[in-house]
Design a protein around this ligand. Sequence first.
Ligand code: 2NL
Length: 379
Amino acid sequence: MVTRTDRTKVDYAATREEALARIAAAQDLDALEKLRVEFLGKQGSVSLLLKTLGAMSPEERRSTGPQIHALREGVSDALTARKTALEGAALEARLANESVDLTLPAPEAPRGSIHPVSQVLDELAEIFADLGFAVATGPEIEDDWHNFTALNIPESHPARAMHDTFYFPDSDTEGRRMLLRTHTSPVQIRSMLEQGAPIRIIAPGRVYRSDSDATHTPMFHQVEGLVIDKGIHLGHLKWTLETFLKAFFERDDIVLRLRPSYFPFTEPSVEVDVGFAQVNGADGKSRRVLGGCGDAPGHGWMELLGSGMVNRKVIEAGGLDPDEWQGFAFGIGVDRLAMLKYGMDDLRAFFDGDVRWLAHYGFSAFDVPTLSAGVGAGA
Ligand code: 2NL
């Protein structure tokens, strides 16, 4: 302890030597911290020496001051240097002892899955590509000419009613009302106008109708097909749909029934039914399995899609001469196809965005549909 009375006897150089020796001998950071407190802490010996300066005469302070400050400086520098050295040594020791085993298996990362609708859209593109169809896309925000007028749906048609169609408040620069497309048909109209004939396309995508219950969502997916060429007839339509459905459902015994129907954009129009068997499952529940003639015992017909020969007025709206070019078209609900093929019963769950549903029904990103390996996932 340095007091006011014995300060003249203090040998600052010896004090410094002793302090530096003890700092250099500190074996770890804890010991070093104790020394810092002992010398430079509030009650530290060097701190107390500094305080004695206040009580000195000016002459004494002039001669002693530099020695005390040099002492404090030297101790402080030594503490810092030793701290750096000890920390370096600690790091070296850790690096020498620790190791990473690169041969251990990596932790399992969460893996996403492909939505059933995306899976089916991929399957459709794959199957129709093999039949020579290109995939065409277009805007989801359309005008009423491309969505309705060009498709022979007049102003007064109920499909145009407010409760079915989502309209925007404004019209475009040509005075056409803007809307969310109610089907993908406008894509085909645009293809006719832009690329002319012949045409073989499918137009898959989102469509919108103001409808919401257990079997309808305001947004759903549709795929439409369009073929325009010379001498196209209903036989081409039936063969194409039969070939497509056999590939999609991976069954050779798919049987179709064409029923007369009405759509403004086709003439004649046909509703296409597919035969199914009523099968009793192991769980006692009765299921419908597609395949076989719907008129056979234990069988029935299921309505699957709409189609027909493209109406002359629609071919004209597409900028083509209907005496030169004919064609067929069809439209199917993609969500419905997914439900049928993969056994999902609630349409609304498709668009809830619940990852638990997706974990259950989703498909592996590595299960890419190909005709050679089977278009169905996990086939
Ligand atoms: C259905 C019916 C259909 C079409 C869509 C179409 C498109 C053009 C010209 C002529 Cl550009 N037709 N599309 C034709 C018949 C039926 O869909 O019930 N879909 C779920």
